[in-house]
Design a protein around this ligand. Structure first.
Ligand SMILES: [Zn+2]
Ligand SMILES: [Zn+2]
Length: 353
């Protein structure tokens, strides 16, 4: 610790903190506050992703409770749809529970919630003719990274998933990468990483753009979720043509709502926002002038029936409403990418100040 500097008075401390936050914001988000040192008063977008949502974890009623809560509190985000997770397409020969769940997914959009495909099975590639997973098939998340797959193959597979969703009256909004820690995937990812950074096959983005241009997604822009980073979370345009575009919209906050293991030691409301509203990653992003604060979560931990993170989620939303109400605007991921693409950057936020 240096002792030669003059003592920091509270006022000087605040000046140092404010100035460095403004400079950092200008550097990180050049579209914002570029003209002056002072950060412009713009609202910060809030949103979230919820992975692995299905009727098998906590039943359809839990998803209904979640959607009701989102609608009542006027929040917005995303929740995955994995139509073949139960071993068959839940849009065909469905059980009562699956049907009840699909009815809820149909109303997700009206409750402020996007529906991303987390591919068809979150496991091996699906055989749509046989209505089951292909035996010993490559896992979907890895397949997105395999360099030899063509744009046509991706497009064909994704259009099958979109057609299944259509059978249930569901319009998909984007795509979430289904992560997998199985031995086969781990080894293959390691081999791919040895050859270069772990990136999806570029043909994958082309296929999504082609589907967006055909109007197969709900919006003309398609948000995707791959990796997250508290410090390097950012939006990346991956493919675009006129009004249509595909984005990697990275979360910049992690899962402290129990994760996929539904573990109590992974629940922490203060991580997002402290009870006094002064600290936590949401407060930090807002202070730094970030255009958005977006966290990811998992249905196993978040669901209101069995999830250990549900109470913390409710608490965080209440804290946001108490302390940040005037500084944030909720948007589902597809609204974020639609507006970002239409404006050619974050300038639209200035009009929301
Ligand atoms: Zn997942
Ligand atoms: Zn795997």
């Amino acid at each position: 610790m240096k002792t030669t500097q003059p003592p920091l008075t509270r006022r000087r401390f605040l000046r140092v903190v404010t100035t460095s936050a403004a400079v950092a914001a200008t550097r990180r988000w050049p579209g914002l506050a570029a003209a002056s040192e002072k950060p412009r008063a713009h609202k910060t977008i809030l949103s979230f992703y919820c992975d692995d949502t299905s009727p098998y974890t906590a039943g359809a009623k839990a998803f209904q409770t979640f959607l009701d809560f989102c609608a009542e509190h006027h929040i917005a985000g995303e929740s995955s749809v994995i139509l073949g997770m139960g071993g068959h397409a839940m849009t065909r020969n469905s059980t009562d529970e699956e049907r009840a769940f699909l009815q809820q997914v149909q109303r997700a959009w009206d409750c402020g919630i996007d529906s991303h495909m987390e591919l068809m099975t979150h496991h091996g590639l699906f055989d749509f003719d046989a209505n089951h997973e292909t035996k010993d098939a490559v896992h979907e998340g890895l397949w997105i990274h395999e360099p030899d797959v063509t744009a046509e193959q991706y497009e064909h597979y994704f259009s099958n998933i979109i057609a299944e969703a259509g059978r249930a009256g569901i319009r998909l909004t984007g795509l979430t990468w289904p992560g997998c820690g199985c031995e086969k995937c781990k080894q293959r990812y390691a081999a791919l990483r040895a050859a270069g950074p772990k990136e999806p096959n570029p043909e994958f983005w082309k296929a999504l753009l082609s589907l967006a241009k055909q109007g197969k997604f709900r919006s003309r822009t398609v948000p995707c979720f791959f990796d997250a980073s508290e410090t390097k979370g950012d939006i990346h345009e991956k493919a675009a043509d006129g009004p249509c575009a595909v984005f990697d919209l990275m979360p910049n906050a992690n899962d402290r709502f129990g994760t996929w293991t539904n573990s109590p030691d992974k629940v922490n409301a203060d991580y997002y926002l402290s009870a006094d509203g002064k600290s936590g990653i949401l407060a930090r992003h807002i202070e730094a002038g970030a255009p958005y604060a977006l966290w990811y979560s998992h249905w196993q931990g978040l669901n209101p029936a069995k999830g250990v993170g549900w109470r913390a989620f409710v608490m965080v939303i209440e804290r946001i409403q108490t302390h940040l109400r005037d500084r944030v605007v909720w948007m589902r991921p597809s609204d974020i990418t639609n507006r970002y693409h239409a404006a050619g950057g974050w300038s639209f936020l200035d009009a929301m100040g």
